[in-house]
Design a protein. Structure first.
Length: 192
């Protein structure tokens, strides 16, 4: 162990809140790791401290403002590069969940790696729990939006709140909503 760093993200698709990307090198075996989406919130919270205690890891947050300014792809690429820079002394290879290496030569990628490669599963859990906790923590400051319930995803109640109150500082203004009569859905600025 210790030769592979798994990388995964949470928050690529929501219309509010940060993008969170995590990299994990496991130092000890951890049971019950899986794609964070296939685990209950309770199970993710149980596994989170186990991963922290038994790994070398790095977590990167990119705010809604950064996403609006640079584009989601550029934010992903920057986050991956930061993880690689911080963990390169501890591993031989980096593997990202998904279908692209974002133009990074030394990054491998694999679709569904978060469900099949334990290091990527661990990164998936760190990213998801970190992002969910952030959304719960900011929810009291933005009571009108109920971020603790939908975590920034475009649910009907969330879109209804935007229709009523407009967007908050946590909303991604570059992510256009058909439900609000906005034309373009999502902004992609590619750097590769």
């Amino acid at each position: 162990m210790g030769n592979l760093c798994g990388i995964d993200e949470a928050g690529r698709g929501p219309i509010a809140g940060p993008l969170v990307v995590a990299g994990v090198i496991l130092l000890n075996e951890i049971n019950e790791l899986n794609d964070s989406k296939k685990l209950t919130e309770k199970k993710r919270e149980e596994l989170f401290p186990k991963i922290i205690e038994n790994s070398k890891y790095h977590i990167v947050f990119k705010s809604a403002i950064e996403i609006d300014t640079k584009g989601i792809s550029a934010c992903l690429k920057e986050s991956i590069q930061e993880i690689m820079k911080n963990l390169k002394q501890s591993c031989d290879e980096f593997l990202m969940d998904g279908n692209t290496s974002f133009g990074i030569d030394t990054l491998q990628h694999l679709i569904k790696a978060d469900a099949t490669i334990k290091e990527v599963s661990a990164a998936s859990i760190l990213a998801k729990v970190s992002r969910d906790r952030y959304m719960k923590n900011i929810s009291p400051e933005h009571k009108k939006y109920d971020f603790h319930k939908h975590k920034g995803y475009g649910t009907k109640s969330h879109i209804d709140a935007i229709k009523r109150f407009g967007r908050s500082s946590e909303h991604r203004k570059s992510f256009k909503l058909k439900a609000l009569g906005e034309e373009k859905v999502g902004v992609q600025k590619n750097l590769f």
